[in-house]
Design a protein around this ligand. Sequence first.
Ligand SMILES: [Zn+2]
Length: 355
Amino acid sequence: MVSKIPADSHYMQLPREVLIGQKVAPLVGETLVRLGVHGSALIVTGPKVEKIAAATVIESLEEAKFATSTTVVNGATTEQVQQVEQEIQRFNPNIIVGIGGGKDIDVAKLSSIHTSKQFLSVPTAASHDGIASPLVSMKGLDRPYSYIAHAPMAIIADTSIIAKSPYRLIASGCGDIVAKYTAVRDWKLAHRIKNEYYGDYAAELAIMSSRLVMKNASSIRMLSNSGVRTLVEALISCGVAMSIAGTSRPCSGAEHLFSHYLTMIAPTPALHGEQCGVGTILCAYLHGANWQLIKDVLHTIGAPTTANELGISSQHIIEALTKAHSIRPERYTILGESGLTKEAAERVASITGVI
Ligand SMILES: [Zn+2]
């Protein structure tokens, strides 16, 4: 990020190259060379990442004459970030390559910005929009929601690897995209009520992504090439929408606050995107929008639409609806400044069939 931006100007940090398609993982090395990066690469990956995916990327880096070192991280925590930073100090790589799901990419993203290095994202799952966004969230930070770090210099999304990830992760990614239906409505609301900055271009990009995922729900469910590609393109477009806006606003409204709150209080939270999807049904009702459409789409995709399917109690759903506004008071949404009353929360949750 630049430190001083004149009041009337707008800063955007975008990826320079995005490569999406089947069997593109072997192109990581040559992509970096094309971008003028040579020398050494530190690979940040997770224990669950498909070994073949990591090996393919390492092979492509070595073919492009990179010296490589690999760090395996266990989840997204500040301790893991520190561990990677120590490895960066020791190895002094020219580039950090994050390979894995959202958590592995988040560790690569945060450790690279802390050490003033660039990073390249190779997502092996499509569970949320953090795989391509400048935002980061993890345990141990001072807030339960994500904030701006920096955008990847390039994204190489191999859909043949992503299609083989557990289907639950793909359905969760769809929930995170469907969420833009209410996130953008909340952003518009905050613009009208709080005079908050609103950017049409970023908002339209986020809405278009949610529309395309909704339209292609059946083909995503069938894991067709075009379906998986549509989802990955939507996740990347949403990352770009946040880069353009300079805020998570186009992609994160009340449905996200609801999801963050559930993650804090539920004994066994569901996945981020699964909770966001159910939050979108509830918040669409509150906005007077077509909540039934959201529910039908999530059902077609095979994502949870009820508390039961999330594995979360009705009490926790009601608590999240009444208190989620408090975790981020500056983010004005349909939940208002004091949250829903218990009675209103019970009504929306039962009318929409969530509880
Ligand atoms: Zn999200």
